[in-house]
Structure formats: C-alpha cells, structure tokens
Write a protein that binds this ligand. Structure first.
Ligand SMILES: C[S@@+](CC[C@H](N)C(=O)[O-])C[C@H]1O[C@@H](n2cnc3c(N)ncnc32)[C@H](O)[C@@H]1O
Length: 171
C-alpha cells in the first residue's frame, strides 16, 4: 500500500523495480489521483497499481491485509500522525515491512539572513500545504517497529530527510 500516493510516482518506481508487487494507493485528493491514473496508464501499470480515494486516518481495509506499506512525504500533511499510524498497524500483516520518508524542519541555528529566507518559505509552505513535522523515528519506536534501515540526510535549507524502514511486530 502507498499512503498519500499523490501522482503515484513512488508506487510506479517500486512496481517497475519489483515485478511481483501489486500496489493499492490511497490519497485524499481526487485531483492528485487523476494525475496518478495518467502516469499509471502511461507506464502500462494499470493491472498492478490500483488507487482509491481515502483518508490515511481511516483506512477502509480489513485487519492484517498488507505485506508492505510505503509513504513518501505522505504523513507530513496528516492531521493526527499517531492515530494514522495506528491504522497503518491495523492493516499491516504481522511482519509486514513499513517504509516511510519524510521531511523534518531544520534546527533554527543558521545565520540571520538564511533564517529569514527560510521562515518566509516555511510560512508559504504552511499556508498551502499545512506541513507538519513528523518524527518518524519516534513514531516507529512508539509502535515497536523493528527498525533495520534509517537514513538521515541533512539539508541546509529545507531541513532534513528521514527514510526509515522496519518490520511490524504484533506480538
Ligand atoms: C507531498 S505529496 C506526496 C505524494 C507522493 N507520495 C510523492 O512522493 O510524490 C502528499 C500527498 O498526501 C496526500 N494526503 C494528505 N493528507 C492525506 C490524508 N489524510 N489521507 C490521504 N492522503 C493524504 C495529499 O493529497 C498529497 O497527494
């Protein structure tokens, strides 16, 4: 499952790399899903990627459904990340792999000029996208995911990118 699939580019890339995977993508925006469908059709992946309109916080799937769950920049816009992650845990199979990528705001310790530029950009992003800081590491630990991959890339301007992956532990 791809949470907050947007234009489905991540699902498409993953599907092209691993031929035995089928995806269900979820997005709250019907407009994004229209673009996604165009991309999926263009890549002839319509038999392997199915998208549906929905909210990550209320996943309309039975318990223990998915082997792998990805979300790339999908959680930053979710209103209640902990509630949403509970849903992720519910629909994940025991031992499922969960891989998330998300941006985090940079610490406020840069020079005054860059700080001001950054504050303005951040204000614009907040206004349009309602960006929220999600601490993926904390979230994964809270739900006892067995983390086996953690990449943290620092960026001077937009903040840092965390990519984290691990296995669900339902015991
Ligand atoms: C920054 S985009 C990322 C899209 C895609 N994962 C990518 O990396 O290209 C975030 C997406 O999450 C969707 N989204 C935001 N809140 C959501 C929610 N509560 N439930 C489902 N999708 C949501 C937005 O509509 C948007 O398409």
């Amino acid at each position: 499952m791809d949470l907050g699939t947007g234009t489905s580019l991540c699902a498409i890339r993953a599907a092209l790399r691993k031929l035995d995977i089928k995806f269900i993508g979820i997005d709250i925006s019907r407009n994004m899903l229209k673009y996604a469908q165009k991309n999926i059709n263009k890549m002839k992946l319509h038999r392997r990627i199915y998208n549906t309109n929905g909210d990550i916080e209320i996943l309309n799937f039975p318990d223990n459904t998915f082997d792998k769950i990805i979300s790339i920049y999908g959680f930053g816009a979710v209103k209640k990340p902990t509630k949403a992650f509970k849903e992720v845990m519910r629909v994940a199979k025991p031992n499922a792999r969960i891989t998330f990528g998300e941006m985090t705001r940079p610490p406020k310790n840069r020079g005054l000029f860059w700080q001001k530029v950054h504050d303005i950009v951040e204000w614009g992003v907040d206004l349009i996208w309602k960006f929220r800081d999600v601490n993926l590491n904390q979230l994964f630990r809270k739900f006892k995911i067995k983390i086996d991959y953690l990449e943290y890339k620092k960026d001077r301007f937009i903040g840092s990118l965390t990519v984290i992956s691990g296995l669900v532990n339902k015991n």
